[in-house]
Ligand binder design. Structure first.
Ligand SMILES: [Fe+2]
Length: 244
């Protein structure tokens, strides 16, 4: 079973389209989504429409939450807050209702989906110490997250409590028995690790298992032109070119 894991699409439809094309080319049995479907970029309806059609299961992220409840945007920076309020104004009622159906966590077979961490949808996991906190309570082998917009994989050994950051950015990892893994899918629509290309992950359960982090070029000009056209802050367009 090959499961494609996407996260943090943030209303960037050119990035999502390129990722879906690559997922199709690589051959996957299903797609799951770790939240932040909307926010930041300028095509929220196109992205929600597509996500609804392609995913087996999705959860909500903090930007999806903020769109439904503006109090959640109080801690956002000005740009993020402005994009959430703009998105709320243009999303169809049907798409708002879809976001309302999403939960904080879901489990599908041996994969649990959460946005920030298993402890808190708003936690940014950037260290093995933080990853271990989630993995010590993980109910299954793979914990799939997003939120930081940095794709990476942590490995945790339940018998010793040791946790290591194994791969980041791009590449493949053969999994081993006796460990649990925290798999951050990175961001489709707004990568921040210095690489502007869209990120996603494939978890292949065949044999002892494998995780692949993929990067895909997309039409970043199309995404940024749309951001400018609708009058969202130019900073939200500029950062897409830099992957920051
Ligand atoms: Fe995000």
């Amino acid at each position: 079973m090959r499961t494609a894991i996407v996260s943090d699409i943030h209303s960037n439809i050119p990035a999502l389209d390129s990722v879906i094309a690559r997922i199709d080319a690589l051959g996957c049995d299903r797609v799951i989504c770790c939240g932040d479907i909307v926010g930041y970029a300028a095509q929220p309806n196109e992205v929600v429409d597509k996500i609804k059609n392609i995913v087996t299961v999705a959860i909500r992220g903090n930007h999806d939450m903020a769109l439904l409840d503006p109090r959640e945007a109080e801690t956002f920076n000005t740009y993020a807050r402005e994009a959430v309020f703009w998105s709320r104004g243009v999303l169809t009622q049907e798409n708002i209702e879809y976001l309302r159906t999403l939960r904080d966590q879901e489990q599908i077979d041996e994969i649990i989906l959460a946005h920030g961490s298993l402890l808190d949808p708003n936690e940014y996991v950037f260290s093995p110490f933080q990853a271990a906190k989630s993995l010590e309570i993980a109910p299954c082998r793979i914990s799939a997250i997003g939120h930081t917009h940095y794709p990476e994989v942590y490995r945790y050994e339940p018998s010793t409590g040791l946790c290591r950051d194994i791969i980041a950015s791009e590449g493949e990892l053969e999994l081993e028995e006796g460990y649990r893994y925290l798999v951050n899918a990175g961001s489709v629509g707004q990568p921040r690790d210095g690489d502007w290309r869209a990120a996603f992950v494939i978890y292949d359960s065949e044999g002892s298992g494998k995780v692949e982090i993929h990067r895909v070029e997309y039409d970043v000009h199309s995404a940024t032109e749309r951001i400018t056209e609708v009058g969202l802050p130019s900073m939200l367009a500029d950062r897409l070119f830099e992957g920051r």
